[in-house]
Design a protein around this ligand. Structure first.
Ligand code: ADP
Ligand code: MG
Length: 294
């Protein structure tokens, strides 16, 4: 069964089309990244998925049910971009309060430990740093042991070390066969912490697959060699090549078929090729290519 299904979902705010005919399904047990630049429609999609706002068109189902029903059954936990904590309550009180809203919550101490809050349990929420508050919001999201965990840019305001610990906690939670969907505009986070990356831009899915597949889709590989003073003329006509750049005596050929390009480079040209290197396009290039304004 699919944990999440969006069918032709759209949402506009006045004349801004924030989500434009989104179709996607997420299988139960997957960890999926929704990757896109600011304004891509990630939060709007997540807020619709949680039943907090209504689509202008189309349909969303969570575990085969309307979002409101899945949420009411305690099947969904969420960490939103703008969730406020009650400042007078301690971390322990807050987590315990939210646990009480669910039919089969996780153990209180287990939650505090998972979110790395054991030492902060007696601290009032109003006295926490930005990164600590994020950890509390994660604790509240997992408190009810939801089958589906939804995280909207969860590591905003966290330093590098907190981020690493946060993702380790998320992976622990996901390991029990649970489904996780998280939004991010950080490529590395998507690459390292998900088994599928859905790239969105301007309210639409522009790529969907593993990080490796997305890199391949957006320009593939780079063949580099030292050109020195030799002419680059004709290199753009080699098989597979989509672009040629020459900087500082080094030629870079962007190619979808590096084997064919390299073979033709040796057989089909009279260039003296030195220092041949082959690299996959990096995810940054891929992301920029995929989300660029048309
Ligand atoms: N409440 C709102 N009112 C008007 N426009 C909005 C509102 N929320 C989002 N938008 C617009 O919808 C688009 C998508 O926003 P959002 O879903 O927040 O993107 P993301 O989370 O990917 O940064 C943006 O152009 C944003 O300005
Ligand atoms: Mg957002």
């Amino acid at each position: 069964m699919n944990a999440i299904a969006f069918t032709d979902v759209s949402r506009s705010y006045g004349n801004v089309l924030a989500v434009d005919g989104l179709n996607l399904t997420v299988e139960t047990g997957r960890t999926v990244a929704l990757l896109g630049p600011n304004g891509a429609g990630k939060s709007t999609s997540i807020n619709m998925l949680l039943g907090l706002i209504r689509p202008s068109g189309g349909r969303i189902e969570l575990f085969g049910r309307p979002p409101e029903q899945a949420v009411a059954r305690g099947e969904v936990g969420a960490m939103l971009q703008d969730g406020e904590l009650i400042p007078e309550l301690t971390v322990r009180e807050l987590v315990d309060f939210v646990r009480g809203l669910y039919p089969e919550p996780l153990d209180l101490d287990a939650i505090l430990q998972m979110a790395d809050l054991t030492d902060l349990a007696g601290r009032r929420a109003g006295k926490l740093s930005g990164g600590q508050s994020q950890r509390v919001r994660f604790a509240l999201a997992v408190a009810g042991a939801p089958r589906l965990l939804v995280l909207d840019e969860p590591t905003a305001a966290m330093d590098v070390e907190s981020r690493q610990r946060f993702w380790a906690a998320m992976r622990d939670y996901a390991a029990g066969g649970r489904t996780v969907l998280f939004a991010t505009h950080y490529l590395e986070e998507a690459d390292e912490n998900s088994d599928r990356v859905i790239v969105v831009a301007r309210g639409r899915v522009v790529a969907d697959g593993t990080a490796a597949q997305i890199k391949a889709k957006a320009g593939g590989h780079a063949v580099r060699f030292t050109l020195d003073g030799q002419s680059a003329a004709g290199l753009d006509a080699l098989p597979g090549v989509s672009a040629v750049e020459v900087t500082g005596g080094t030629a870079t050929l962007r190619t979808a078929d590096p084997d064919a390009t390299v073979a033709a480079l040796y057989r089909g040209t009279s260039l003296e090729i030195r220092d041949l290197r082959l690299a996959g396009a990096d995810l940054e290039d891929a992301f920029l290519a995929l989300t660029r304004e048309p």
